[in-house]
Design a protein around this ligand. Structure first.
Ligand SMILES: CC(C)(COP(=O)(O)OP(=O)(O)OC[C@H]1O[C@@H](n2cnc3c(N)ncnc32)[C@H](O)[C@@H]1OP(=O)(O)O)[C@@H](O)C(=O)NCCC(=O)NCCS
Length: 156
């Protein structure tokens, strides 16, 4: 790719870019299965609130938002959860999803945000599951269609 990719902290939790990337109720259900449709800003803002220790990031390609993911705080200070992963439909299959996961791991190591990352993917979402497997995430729990995956960022 000739384009420049970068991850930026969405400190003010601007939802405009994220909303544009979610183009149908089915897609929204992949990103957050229990969310209200149409997109209800308040519930997303609650889940992403910077002051509660959560962090939202945009992936910019040549300065334009083309991907989003967030880190949620967990009860364990060493573990954060990756949520709300989405790449704009017209930018998929170009390595942006993989770039975002790699970058967030670097950010977690550099800023000592987490020693382990977890995430949840639906078993029918084979594309996302394949992405996470290729990035080194392993299933540690299954509950119905929900598969919980994890990756250690530091070795003890
Ligand atoms: C899942 C998603 C984020 C992947 O983003 P992406 O930028 O297209 O992914 P990448 O180009 O980095 O591809 C990484 C890997 O994902 C898998 N993948 C991506 N697109 C795929 C496709 N159409 N078919 C099969 N596998 C695919 C492949 O394993 C790929 O590795 P490869 O390039 O070596 O084949 C994107 O499809 C998306 O936004 N989906 C809708 C929302 C969603 O499901 N979010 C995840 C919630 S848990």
């Amino acid at each position: 790719m000739g384009e420049t990719l970068e991850m930026i902290l969405n400190y003010s939790v601007n939802l405009d870019g994220l909303k544009k990337m979610i183009t149908s109720p089915d897609e929204q259900r992949l990103v957050w299965p229990d969310s209200k449709f149409p997109f209800f800003d308040t519930e997303w803002l609650e889940k992403l609130a910077f002051n509660d220790g959560h962090r939202s990031y945009y992936c910019l390609m040549d300065g334009e938002p083309v991907g989003h993911l967030a880190l949620r705080r967990t009860d364990d200070a060493h573990i954060r959860r990756i949520v709300f992963v989405v790449v704009a439909p017209h930018c998929r299959q170009k390595g942006i999803g993989r770039f975002m996961i790699n970058e967030i791991e670097k950010i977690c190591r550099r800023e000592k945000l987490a020693e382990k990352l977890t995430l949840r993917v639906r078993s029918h979402n084979r594309i996302a599951k394949s992405l996470y497997e290729k990035c080194g995430y392993r299933v540690y729990a299954i509950e119905g269609t929900a598969m919980d995956m994890e990756k250690l960022l530091i070795s003890f």
